[in-house]
Design a binder for this molecule. Structure first.
Ligand code: HEM
Length: 117
């Protein structure tokens, strides 16, 4: 089971790369108001949700301790991210505020994951 959990953490990190990479590579465009939520960001956010939920299930099944408050907070922030990216996925340009919120919440979730031990 441990190998499966480690593989899923790897996929979870690939999801972060897609979501955050989509944000970071468009920071200049965000400044100009021409950034958009590309498919990598949408699929990255979806990957976070699916792999995160599977990680909770597998850790519970294996009797590993899960910090439910931390995971709950990450879930709430990801729901906001996913909702924004999904609703605005077809917009040619996304306003600076929505784009910035997605990048900021993604980074917040990374620091919640690594600092809250
Ligand atoms: C943008 C959203 C997210 C980011 C950036 C993120 C980030 C991370 C990172 C960096 C790790 C590896 C470090 C660690 O083991 O603590 C991790 C692990 C994990 N994540 Fe996420 N995550 C996100 C969303 C979620 C969601 C929505 C869930 C659950 C529904 C979730 C559940 C987990 C679980 C269960 C682990 C395994 C380690 C642990 O017990 O904390 N994550 N996440």
């Amino acid at each position: 089971m441990d190998i499966l959990i480690h593989l899923l953490v790897g996929l979870h990190i690939i999801g972060i790369a897609a979501l955050l990479g989509g944000f970071l590579t468009q920071m200049k465009a965000m400044g100009a108001g021409t950034a958009r939520f590309g498919p990598a960001m949408l699929h990255g956010a979806g990957t976070m949700l699916v792999t995160g939920a599977l990680l909770v299930g597998l850790n519970e099944a294996d009797d590993h301790h899960i910090n439910t408050v931390k995971i709950g907070l990450k879930l709430v922030l990801l729901v906001v991210i996913l909702a924004l990216v999904y609703v605005k996925r077809d917009e040619e340009t996304v306003d600076k505020a929505s784009f910035g919120v997605v990048g900021g919440l993604t980074m917040a979730n990374i620091f919640i994951a690594v600092l809250w031990t």
